[in-house]
Design a protein around this ligand. Structure first.
Ligand SMILES: [Zn+2]
Length: 475
């Protein structure tokens, strides 16, 4: 199972852009190109993380061939003077736009199709080289295949099949159904299971137990059925990763540091890691106040026009907003900071995830917001960087391939103009990105983003959310 999983995640990626995109990434000739980054400051993000100043990094056959060793002839030279090299980022909680039709909409009308390259560009331009899709459908497997075939430049994608008690692609309402669904999901090629909010307690436990038997890790929500019950009930071994801190705040009305500590101790005891996902609630609280918070996002223009329209016309946080809800969201924001502090104190690993795809959370860009909020919540710059690199790779069990800058690992790297250990906002100052061994410099990244923006503007009127839904529903 593990071998197969790695094979799928790391099948050879070449770099042809799809024809309609017309961007020249010099694909064929440079596919096997060697690169030398000269005179660069390397932040390896290994456990001891000793920074190597003025280092020479050689990238060959998509991997880090050497650090401070001999230089191959005919290599492409990249000047790293006064720049900083870090591992590519991992967003451990995303929802990628992929083709419909969707189960919750009757499939009478036309399916929706998305341009995978335009979508993946948002990750690439932000140095996000691996993502964890937490509600994977068959269409996401297809999307990943586009990347693996080399038709699209995009991140490595890990897929979790979501199982819920109702209204999902995969549902289960009894323990035996739950077990069968886990086996089906595994058979269909999903590497992970996500448990969701409407599962009943017995089915939730059976799914986790079966996943353990099948060698599949479990991420997810804490089902609503546990509300009012002791936290010992839902923290169980092999529930490996909490999808966001909100899962904990939904289980209590007591937003104290002591409560956060209780959760942290139980997480530690059960080997459960946490995706704090601070950015999501911060943006929810902002949207509950005003839609300007969405409209004013600098990255809004890169969001697919269908979602631009949805986030404005059908914003679930702004609709029906009131002072009481806003106050509640603010309390959650505060409590989640306490949760991060408590988990840090207890030594429970935390990994960055943003819930990208929910309204106001823009794929790729959101990772940098999350890093900033984690530091504001009390992580050091280095701890925040580890949560977005090495630790995510460890949880996904691909840390022998990515997550640090070490000889032999895949070259998923970000070259920064400024030192992120000094200021976490420097992760936004991207000079170029290596994605699976392919170099894309700042100018090309800008071109790719401009292309997305132009496409979005040109196609806006075809993607009014309410009209599209009306068409799909056939009325
Ligand atoms: Zn989510």
């Amino acid at each position: 199972m593990k071998y197969l999983k790695l094979l799928t995640l790391f099948a050879v990626i070449s770099f042809n852009l799809n024809a309609q995109n017309n961007l020249n990434l010099e694909n064929n000739q440079q596919e096997k190109a060697s690169y030398v980054i000269k005179n660069v400051n390397v932040i390896p993000m290994t456990n001891n993380n000793k920074v190597m100043e003025n280092a020479t990094v050689v990238i060959q056959n998509k991997r880090i061939q050497s650090i401070n060793d001999s230089i191959p002839t005919n290599a492409i030279i990249i000047d790293g003077t006064d720049k900083w090299l870090i591992p590519g980022f991992i967003d451990m909680h995303v929802h990628n736009l992929a083709d419909g039709p969707y189960k919750s909409y009757p499939t009478k009308g036309p399916a929706i199709h998305f341009d995978t390259q335009n979508f993946m560009t948002l990750y690439v331009a932000n140095g996000v080289t691996t993502v964890f899709e937490l509600s994977a459908r068959a269409e996401h497997i297809g999307q990943r295949n586009e990347i693996l075939r080399g038709d699209v430049v995009g991140p490595r994608i890990a897929l979790a099949a979501l199982i819920d008690g109702s209204n999902a692609n995969m549902t289960a309402t009894t323990p035996s159904d739950g077990r069968q669904t886990v086996r089906l999901a595994k058979g269909e090629g999903y590497e992970f299971i996500k448990v969701y909010s409407q599962l009943n307690i017995e089915t939730y436990k059976a799914i986790i137990d079966e996943a353990e038997k099948q060698g599949i890790k479990v991420v997810g929500h804490v089902p609503a059925a546990f509300e009012g019950k002791p936290a010992e009930d839902f923290f169980v071994p092999h529930f490996g990763l909490i999808a966001h801190a909100e899962e904990l705040s939904k289980q209590t009305e007591e937003f104290s540091f002591e409560k956060a500590q209780e959760y942290a101790r139980l997480a530690k005891k059960n080997g459960t890691w946490l995706i704090p996902n601070l950015s999501n609630l911060v943006y929810i609280a902002k949207q509950a106040r005003s839609l300007d918070s969405v409209l004013n996002l600098k990255s809004f223009k890169f969001v697919h026009p269908l979602m631009q329209s949805k986030w404005i016309e059908s914003n679930q946080y702004y609709q029906g907003t009131n002072a009481k809800r806003i106050a509640y969201f603010d309390k959650l924001v505060d409590f989640h900071v306490k949760v991060v502090k408590a988990f840090k104190k207890e030594g429970v690993p935390m990994v960055t995830g943003t819930d990208a795809g929910t309204s106001g959370i823009v794929w790729g860009f959101s990772l940098h917001d999350e890093l900033k909020l984690l530091v504001e919540a009390g992580l050091t710059n280095e701890e925040a960087l580890a949560s977005a690199t090495r630790l995510g790779a460890e949880w996904l069990e691909i840390d022998d391939k990515i997550g640090t800058i070490e000889k032999g690992k895949f070259a998923d790297l970000i070259l920064l103009d400024k030192n992120p250990l000094k200021n976490i906002n420097n992760t936004r100052k991207i000079s170029g990105v290596f994605i699976n061994g392919k170099w894309i410099d700042e100018n090309k990244l800008d071109d790719m983003l401009s292309y997305v923006e132009e496409w979005n503007n040109a196609n806006k009127e075809n993607y009014n959310w309410k009209e599209v839904i009306r068409k799909i529903r056939g009325r």
